[in-house]
Design a protein around this ligand. Structure first.
Ligand code: GBH
Length: 490
């Protein structure tokens, strides 16, 4: 696999937009300042610090609660069209409910949105990027169906309060990670670890909550505010280890239906509801376990219709590709579990590496994913809402640049060769930040942040320069002046 060949296409189409992303809990800090309530990540990092690689937390993070003006200066320097950010639910509504509004939270986001507007940077705001108010978690969080109402109320509050300044909304960031990693495992807060059960209770509630927030905007706010609402779904794209092995080909498709299709199929497919193979596998395993009902609740007619079509764009977060190596129960699968329900053995032994064990560099997988989305979901308009590479924070981050360049080149290939409608691209992330359970040990930023200096100074990496040029020219660099200098042997 050679990814350094000169790109066939270099120019981005007219109207294609570029941005960078962050998430509130990863950058804001100020975790208990001026009325903010505790969220599930505050709770996890304070009560189970052993679960965070470097024992760190989001207490201070990159201190964007105080330093947001610096962030906006960096965004202006990069020349981005838009900034993808998220609201901290517990900063706005400390107990999660609308009977207790934190005025300081409203002030903070208004100032940030005004600073963006002053630089002509469009906000793209995510309502939920994983930081659930702990008060709602105490009631069961996303496993509690009443969350549909709490989320709709929160969305309503945000549309009403900030909707005049925001034209693009994302309801949920990465529903798979919310349900599987946080309820079906301990990889994300609140680390419920109800594998094979809590994960599916979560998806039932989350998809309904998403649909309600979408319909609310469409009916009540869109006529006045004229904006769009979407969801961002993460894909680990699965490919057969041996493409000539028919069983592996089928299983890779099954894995993609379980991973991306779990949330995309109910919203973007013609039929709606969960993918057939998911319904089948979970029902079969549930019966074998002696259960009376499938662990995966199906949507009835009302909800199938109500969830279908509730996203103006398909938001895709994409980082990596993994392999399916055969049938059976993956050695890492708990019982019961999502992975056991998939029924495939998976491997990360593909491409080149990064600082994150899960993140392998496989640009061709990105193109395959995008073509698959076009085929599976009737050619939806697509925004790439995250894409990025981790290292240990080097300033001369040649590998990040080559990752961006190769992945962007695949976007151009599918736009030009396959007519995939990719409308915009978002780099993850503006600056090194609190990388969840990895703490600050894995870094994805265009800007370096020195977390040992209390002033938390930000320094542009070489990739910031690359991204700035890319946006200014709307074109991949013809000659790669960002290539790592060859090491001369003496
Ligand atoms: C995104 O998740 C998030 O939206 C963003 O907040 C985050 O900072 C960024 O990517 C970089 O990670 O190693 O076994 O713990 C990407 C999806 C979810 C993929 C967690 C890797 C970790 C599995 N990621 N998963 S494990």
């Amino acid at each position: 696999l050679c990814h350094t060949a000169l790109a066939e296409y270099t120019k981005f189409p007219e109207g294609f937009t570029f941005g960078v992303a962050t998430a509130a809990h990863q950058i804001e800090g100020g975790w208990n300042e001026n009325g903010k309530g505790e969220n599930v990540w505050d709770h996890l990092s304070h009560n189970r610090p052993e679960l965070i690689a470097d024992g760190s937390s989001g207490d201070v993070a990159t201190d964007s609660y105080h330093r947001y003006r610096e962030d906006v200066e960096e965004l202006a320097y990069l020349g981005v069209d838009f900034y993808r950010m998220s609201f901290s639910w517990a900063r706005l509504l400390p107990n999660g409910r609308i009977d207790n509004v934190n005025a300081d939270g409203v002030r903070y986001y208004n100032e940030l949105l005004d600073a963006l507007a002053a630089h002509n940077i469009e906000p793209l705001v995510t309502l939920f990027h994983w930081d659930l108010p702990q008060a709602l978690q105490d009631l069961g969080g996303w496993a509690n169906p009443h969350m549909i109402d709490y989320f709709r109320d929160y969305a309503d509050f945000c549309y009403k309060t900030f909707g005049g300044k925001i034209k693009s909304w994302i309801t949920f960031n990465e529903p798979y990670e919310i349900c599987e990693d946080a309820y079906g495992d301990i990889l994300k807060a609140p680390a419920v670890n109800s594998h094979g059960v809590g994960n599916y209770l979560c998806s039932d509630t989350l998809l309904k909550a998403h649909a309600e927030a979408y319909h609310l905007y469409n009916e009540t706010y869109k006529p006045v505010q004229d904006g769009k609402v979407m969801i961002s779904i993460n894909s680990i794209w699965y490919e057969p280890k041996d493409p000539s092995n028919a069983e592996q080909v089928v299983l890779a498709e099954t894995a993609n239906q379980f991973k991306f299709g779990w949330f995309a199929h109910p919203i973007f497919s013609q039929q709606g509801g969960y993918p057939a193979v998911m319904i089948e596998n979970v029902a079969r395993n549930s019966a074998a376990e002696g259960l009376k009902r499938s662990r995966l609740t199906q949507f009835d007619e009302y909800w199938t219709a109500r969830i279908k079509g509730t996203s103006d764009f398909l938001g895709i977060n994409h980082y990596t590709t993994h392999l399916v190596t055969g049938a059976g129960v993956d050695p890492g699968a708990k019982s019961p579990s999502w992975l056991k329900d998939v029924g495939a053995v998976v491997s990360t032994d593909v491409g080149t590496d990064s600082a994150s064990a899960w993140l392998r560099v496989v640009p061709s997988g990105f193109a395959n994913l995008l073509r698959w989305c076009k085929r599976s979901y009737s050619d939806p308009p697509i925004y790439i809402t995250e894409n990025g590479y981790s290292d240990r924070g080097e300033l001369m981050d040649y590998k990040r640049i080559s990752y961006f360049n190769d992945y962007l080149s695949e976007i151009l290939n599918v736009i030009n060769d396959d007519g995939v409608r990719v409308l915009g691209y978002t780099a993850w992330t503006l600056m090194d930040n609190f990388e969840w359970r990895a703490g600050f040990s894995e870094r994805f930023g265009l800007y370096h942040v020195n977390i040992t200096d209390p002033a938390l100074p930000r320094t542009a990496k070489l990739s910031a320069d690359y991204f700035k040029q890319l946006i200014a020219n709307r074109e991949l660099p013809k000659e790669n002046k960002y290539k790592e200098p060859a090491i001369t042997k003496v």
